[in-house]
Ligand binder design. Structure first.
Ligand SMILES: [Zn+2]
Ligand SMILES: [Zn+2]
Length: 196
């Protein structure tokens, strides 16, 4: 047995919940926090208790950043996975905040599965110390609203074309700032505003 494998005497080796067969190996992706990494899909398993301990040592919650995007390659396997420790079906939680990926959470052991580069992407924006908040309905409601907005935006873009959509958004934003918005709208939609 390899020394960096977690197949220690006291517990059986953990298998990747996505690829099924490869054994997860302990890795030091983050100082003071042990992840178990899949050598095949590069996903990471994070134990709930370890995350809480790290979070306490980590200090105050870092302010979120929106200026960081190093273009990390993210994958989102569209499959439901089972917890590698207790076999519970894991629940997908939206991250939001501009990210379209989800993270998987085990309601049993509180462990978290992060696909390749997801932890790194969260860390870039200081969202890596917010995993606990992501599992709340408050966070999920906001993330769902954001996802709904994005879906509708795609529909409008395909309906109007990207140029016209950008133009109408500009006009909308301008209208919103005008005190006589209703008059302007009436003028705009009137078939012939000079035929009074
Ligand atoms: Zn894997
Ligand atoms: Zn579990």
């Amino acid at each position: 047995m390899q020394t960096n494998s977690i197949g220690t005497k006291e517990r059986a080796a953990l298998k990747c919940p996505v690829c099924k067969s490869p054994e997860l190996r302990a890795t030091d992706l983050e100082a003071g926090l042990t992840f178990f990494n899949c050598p095949e899909c590069r996903g990471n398993w994070l134990r709930g208790a370890q995350y809480w301990k790290w979070l306490q040592q980590h200090g105050p919650n870092l302010p979120q950043r929106s200026d960081q995007d190093s273009g990390l390659s993210l994958v989102e396997p569209d499959i439901h996975i089972d917890c590698p420790e207790c076999r519970f079906r894991m629940v997908k939680y939206l991250v939001g905040h501009g990210f379209s990926f989800t993270i998987d959470h085990c309601e049993g052991c509180k462990g978290v599965w992060l696909d390749r580069n997801e932890w790194e992407a969260l860390r870039e924006r200081n969202l890596h110390d917010d995993l606990n908040s992501m599992f709340t309905s408050f966070w999920q409601d906001a993330a769902e609203k954001e996802a709904r907005k994005k879906r509708l935006e795609r529909i409008y873009v395909s309906r109007f074309g990207p140029h016209d959509y950008a133009e109408i958004e500009r006009v909308r934003a301008w209208l919103a700032t005008r005190p006589n918005k209703q008059d302007l709208l009436a003028y705009l939609t009137d078939k012939d505003p000079f035929d009074v």
